[in-house]
Structures are given as C-alpha cells and as structure tokens.
Design a protein around this ligand. Structure first.
Ligand SMILES: [Zn+2]
Length: 487
C-alpha cells in the first residue's frame, strides 16, 4: 500500500476507533486446547529420526497421557476400547517445531498463538515481551499467566522457553545492578542484551560476570567492536542475529556500526579462516547461534523494494500492525541510498557463509524468526527461515535439527522433547511427504499432536481462520490502537 495511504488509513482508524471506544464490546475469547485425554494410536507411519537423520518405515506409535508410550515395527494394542486411531500410511511423523526467537505482544494469545499451533510450532523462546521496552516500573507481562494456562490446556498456545521482560540497552553501572536486582525478583530467567556497538570489552565482560553472579544467563546481540579472544563468554547463552558476526569474520580496519555501508565494508573483507577459528572458540564455550536470516531478508524483500500489493498471510495481521509495518518500511527505505540497496545481496551471502561455518564447526544452530516484527508472520515465517538455512548450504537434516533437537538441547529438555522417541512428550507433526527429501514437506502438515491431543487438518485450518477473524475484529483493532497510543 502507498505509505501516504497507510498514514491516512491510520488517522481514519485512530479517530473512528477512539470515538467508538466507549461503545466497544468485549474482546474475543482466546481458543482453548482440546481436552479429550484419549490414547492415540498411529498405524503404519514413517518416523523421521532427526537424531540419526533417517526415516523408519512401517512404525506403529502408541501415545497416552501426552507421552509416547511405545514405538514398534509390529502392531500394538492400545489399552481400552476408546482411542483415537490414525492411519499413518504414506505419512511422516516428526517432532514439533520450535521458533527460538520471537516477540510477544499484549494480544499474542489471540493474534499469534493459534498460528504457531496451526503451523506445528509448539515451542517458542520469547526474547522480548510486552514489558521489554516499557519504561513503566513494575510492568508485568502476561507471559507467565499464558504459560500456566497453556500447561493446563486452558489456552491454545505454544510452550514458552525463557522469560525476558527487560532489554539491556544502557551501559550505566547502576542500571546493570538495578536491572539484575529486579530480574531476580521477577520471573525472568534470561538477560537480553542489546547494547550499542561502542560497548567495550571490559564493560561487556562486567555485564556477563554480574549476570552470572545473579544466576541469570545472558542472550542477545553481540556488540561489534569487542576483543572476543579476551572475553569469557561462558555466561552467554546464545548469540542472536547474523549481523553480530560481520566484524568478527572480517579484516576491515574501521569500527563496526549497523549502517549498511559500514556492514558492507566489513563483509567485503570477509575472512573465512578467521571466521572458522571464531566459531571454534564459540563452540568450545558452548554458545548457540540464532541467525534469524528471515529478519534480515525482510529488509531486502519488503523495504528496499517496498511492496505494492498485499501478501497471502497479511490476512492474519490486524490493520494497526500492518499499517505500522508499512510505515516502518517506507521510513526505513527513505534512509537507504542506491549503494545501500545494492549491498543487501552481499550481506545476505555473507550471513549464509557464517551460518555454514557455524554448522561445520558444530555450533548449536537455532531456527528463529523475530516474529512478530515487521513482515514476520508467527508460525509461517519459520518455514522461510528454514528455507534460508537450506540456501546457506545446510543439508535438510541439519536444517530440520535447528528447529527440533537443537532447541531442545539448548534449553536442556532433550530428554523430553526434540525427537520421536519412547518416553518423550507426544508433541508431534504428521506430514504428507518426507521432509528429508524436500524441506517444503514441512509446509504441508496433515495433523498436529500436542499435549496428547490430535488436531486434524480441518482443525488446524479453523485455527488460522479464527486468527483471520480476530485480526478483522473491530474491538481488537481499537484495542491495538489504544495500546499503541496510550500504554
Ligand atoms: Zn528480536
């Protein structure tokens, strides 16, 4: 949409919504999970073994009480007459997907959660919730309440790993102490770092050390001008975003800044051997890496060339959010010159080389999208991230691991999640074709099994339709506008 039209639309929406606010009806009810609590028996299915990287044909899988009770090459007999029976012939059963870098908003329970489940994304890591950028003291994000409801099946939503309601962007010494004190008091279990690129090595080490003393691991963006070989990064849980590595994998003589021209100078002097040795160092310190290629790609796809038509998934996004995305794209585009625009392809290629080196050096790579930032659609965009990881040179099984067993290992839950194995939770997806042969198989989900409940194709489509309806709901639109302006 034309940016001026977008702004005009926003103004019209603003006036009409505020005028009508007093007369608003109540918000839609969030969806609940099913609670049938019946055993599930899947006959004759092919199991995608994400650990060994192979497919086991003709398997029979028995699920009860949310767990995988048995897997066998011969028929099993479910206890009790009543159970859900699924014909698994020509179907492929694999562990559910994870998105390891998302952001929630106040209405994520209505606008995002059903999309995650419908796309088989049953686990997420929220790296910045509704309180993260809030200056209000005592801001309480709804995430803990949502999690409690999800656990008892009273809300349809993914399991959340990590609670981050504070973004550390400032360097003031007192802020660090205060922040860590308040994090200890809250339910946060991760310190999100988004420090400026002029952060010194000593300052960064001090933050990591203080966080370690407070018992809270850190995760986030890596400032671009550190002396990494002088740092002890053992309290750094994961590094987020491809740009974090541009300066450390290059020989450019200028300081790193997140301006396209500066990033291009760095990527033009990319040094493969230097980058590989950096990755070996990170591997030895047990640091995971979430490249979020899709978050960089939207710059190229939607901002350098502003879109002039709507996209299929826009229908799941409320008009206030969509208007914000278009406005952001328009304003960002104004800040790029022709050289900048021409540099994005090179940045992308460099990001791919970095991910491939991370994979080849055995770094735990995590699939993450940055949903629901501009043009990143909860659930759907994970497939785009996986496709980009494939373009980076990862094999299909390596790509699949970034969204299954790797995240489970990262959060130390691989005993329960991340693969189809006896004793693990039955959080699974059923596909119509083999994802080891074609990654696009992941976009054709036939069914989701979550907390021991079976959701068939029609039920998954209903979840998407629910979100499309909520996105159009005038009460939700007014509420989103109100939050934007006044909260
Ligand atoms: Zn983010």
């Amino acid at each position: 949409m034309n940016p001026l039209k977008t702004i005009a639309l926003l103004i019209i929406l603003l006036s009409s919504a505020i005028l009508g606010f007093g007369a608003l009806t109540s918000m839609p009810e969030p969806l609940k999970q099913k609670s049938d609590n019946l055993p599930i028996y899947i006959h004759n299915v092919a199991i995608v073994d994400v650990i060994a990287g192979r497919v086991l044909l003709g398997q029979h899988v028995l699920i009860d009480d949310g767990r995988i009770l048995d897997i066998s090459a011969v028929e099993l007999s479910p206890e009790g007459a009543e159970h859900v029976s699924i014909d698994g012939r020509n179907k492929f059963l694999m562990p559910a997907l994870w998105d390891m870098h998302i952001h929630t908003i106040k209405n994520s329970d209505l606008l995002h959660f059903p999309l995650y489940i419908a796309n088989g994304v049953l686990n997420v890591r929220d790296l910045g919730n509704t309180c993260s950028w809030s200056s209000s003291q005592g801001c309480v994000a709804p995430n803990s309440d949502w999690q409690a409801l999800v656990e008892k099946k009273a809300l349809l939503g993914p399991m959340q790993w990590g609670q981050v309601s504070y973004h550390m962007e400032e360097l003031e010494g007192s802020d660090i102490t205060e922040a860590l004190k308040s994090l200890r008091g809250s339910k946060d279990d991760l310190l999100k770092l988004q420090l400026s690129h002029d952060t010194t090595t000593e300052q960064f080490q001090s933050i990591l050390d203080q966080a370690k003393n407070a018992g809270i691991p850190a995760a986030g963006h890596l400032p671009g001008n550190l002396k990494l070989d002088e740092l002890n990064l053992s309290n750094l849980n994961s590094i987020e975003h491809d740009r974090a590595f541009y300066s450390y994998c290059a020989n450019a003589a200028i300081d790193f800044e997140e301006r396209v021209s500066v990033m291009a100078t760095h990527t033009n002097s990319f040094d493969e051997a230097k980058c590989a040795s950096l990755m070996q160092g990170l591997k030895s310190q047990g640091i995971s890496y979430t490249p979020t290629h899709i978050a960089s790609s939207v710059q190229d796809i939607n901002i350098v060339k502003p879109r002039d038509e709507s996209k299929p998934h826009d229908k799941y996004i409320d008009s206030i959010t969509l208007g914000l995305w278009h406005t952001y794209a328009w304003l960002t585009n104004l800040g790029f010159d022709e050289n900048d625009k021409a540099s994005f392809q090179k940045l992308k290629e460099t990001s791919f080389r970095i991910s491939k080196l991370a994979q080849d050096n055995d770094i735990l790579l995590l699939a993450g999208t940055d949903a629901s930032d501009a043009y990143i659609y909860p659930g759907f965009s994970l497939y785009d991230e996986l496709a980009l990881l494939s373009q980076a040179g990862l094999t299909n099984i390596e790509v699949i691991r970034t969204a299954t067993i790797n995240p489970a290992k990262h959060v130390k839950a691989e005993a329960l999640l991340g693969s189809v194995s006896v004793g693990k939770q039955a959080d699974l997806i059923l596909l119509n074709s083999n994802p080891l042969e074609e990654l696009s198989a992941l976009t054709h989900i036939d069914a989701v099994i979550y907390k021991g409940e079976h959701y068939d194709k029609a039920e998954l489509e209903d979840m998407k339709q629910y979100t499309a309806d909520v996105a159009k709901d005038s009460t939700v639109t007014a509420k989103r506008l109100w939050q934007l302006l006044f909260e």
